[in-house]
Design a protein around this ligand. Sequence first.
Ligand code: 3HC
Length: 680
Amino acid sequence: MIETHRHGPVLSIQIANPPVNALSEAVRRGIHQAIEAAQKDDGVSAILIHGGGRMFCAGADITEFGKPLAEPGLSTVIDAIEASAKPVVAAIHGSALGGGLEVALGAHYRIATASAKLGLPEVALGLLPGAGGTQRLPRLIGVSAALDMIVSGTPISGSKAQELGLIDRIVAEDDLLEEAVAFAATLKEPRTTGERTVAFEADEFDRFVEHNGRKINGLDAPRACIEAVRAATTLPLAAGQERERALFHELMDGAQSRALRHAFFAERTAAKIDDLPKDVALRPVGKVGVIGAGTMGGGISMNFLSAGIPVTIVEMAQEALDRGTGLIRQNYEATAAKGRMTNAQVEAAMALLTPTLDFDALADCDLVIEAVYENMDVKKEIFARLDGIARPGAILASNTSYLSIDEIAQATTRPQDVLGLHFFSPANIMKLVEVVRGAQTAPDVLATGMSVARKIGKVPVVSGVCFGFIGNRILDPRLEGAMDMLLEGATPEQIDRVSVAFGMPMGPLQMIDLAGVDIGWHRDPTRIESLRDALNAVGRWGQKAGGGFYDYDGKRRPSPSPAANAIIDEYRSRAGITPRAISDKEIMVRTMHVMVNEGAKILSEGIAQRASDIDIVWIYGYGWPRHTGGPMFWAQQTGLSHVVSALERHADRLGDDFSLSPRLVEAARNGLTLDGKQAG
Ligand code: 3HC
């Protein structure tokens, strides 16, 4: 776990705990003992701490959270580093995150590579840096810069860290160890951060809160982070650390951190495919084809272009092709205007794009993604054509959001090469990709689909074939509940408010407005068979039309719509329904609990591998609030028996098609998780 070496008078302590050098009990003990021993060793004049393998250290060992703390605690180790009578240097490459950066903050000097990532990401786990980070960082770089790092959790580069005064020297990676040893050998005195005071302006905290209020509203950890940094401005190190520790433990025991830690591991577990051999060889993907240059096709292409992978995009008409290509450029230029891309990067990405009307140009692509509109006949025709021209072994993917991958695959002579890659709109931004595994999808095709998705920065989740896959299948009962309640007497605002108060970015009706009320509409304004038909008939197609369930201003901000409400009232009375008062509790059951029920069904059908995969789909694809852990984790925390009894109470209102999931009922009755394990 720890390897020590002598380089003349310099003792190096290498953290050797792959894959990320987490500060496990053994690592903490090892560092502590080495520091103590060095104090007594007259031959040692300075100490160097560095990481073996690909990084310095990713912080505390998260797998130890929730277990009794084994001594020495991380703060004890870091305090010992800072108290060392011999100068201590931290040499950082790769990442120094959380407790890892705190170790470096305890050291007296810091050297890093320019590309190293330094950060305190604890807030993403619902925590704060609990080993002195909130006390030492502001002492080094000031309140505002420290708040930025601690509250956002976003790492900064070694170069940026040098600008801020966090890093003393930048060194090339190949020379890091050698230069760090040479530097350490020149040092005579320790230099402690803890003795410094924090320079700050009186209104710095207020300004920070004002600027970040919306992002941190309702979240426990950012608030605690700010309070801890405030303590650094008024208290000496030891007292500040005590305050920090108390806040850390409060967060650790809280529901939000538990949920966020669940999400961290759920995201990594989603990458694992249970029945796939670990050593399955991936197919090479050096060139991608995209069929359809609409919003989806364009967004999908951008992911590959941004990752440096050439894309051939095919359309049927020049005008549509030009429009699609223009939109891609426009999106890139907007990103560049915000300073998040250079003009050279925009041009480099665009240079990788080959727009064409020639379908045969897809012949040399390794992966082809079809992204045309949802129509089975059209998709089958495209796949049959693709089958005739794609090179042997090419992966053929559909971006369908509902249709059967198995049926699409049957249109080819190579169903083993077909899978679904379901992106979420806007596809260049949303992180989720459902990787849909058909009955005949080959293991290496599935594994390559997952790997390619990760390469372009997505979070892939495997789904089996069913109508709507994991995400949209669960969405359906939620939308149905919302539409039914409108008819029964609720207003769009009332329904959506419940979801927004829960932490969703928008409610179900705002979501329909965003996606388009007219999706799937028959386009005959005289045929009014549903509330959606009634809105569509008068052009209330949603946000894009300036109105749907809500009215929208020029900036697409919603406001309650008297016109839409009148249409709802009229439709209701024509349907002979007498409006009744609907409680927020009922809305909760009919828009949220029904999702859990559908999720349990998906699990028992084997569509999702595990409950936590469903959580990841909803967190990354639909903005489910991460601090509640996703719908299935939330249900488990709420109590499955509570979910079941709430659904039973409202069963007569949930429609004729509703049935309780036997898996949900059984798990609730027997105290199990939805994966069938003993609930902890
Ligand atoms: N503790 C334990 N395990 C960890 C870990 C940690 N801090 N960080 C990562 N791992 C595990 C992952 O679960 C994964 O395990 P698996 O292979 O069994 O699934 C493995 O290490 C590799 O991780 P990734 O797949 O995430 O590897 P990447 O190369 O994609 O990313 C990373 C590396 C950027 C370091 C990323 O793992 C990461 O962000 N880790 C978490 C960092 C973090 O949050 N640190 C703060 C911890 S809290 C803390 O320090 C409290 C202190 O203030 C008291």
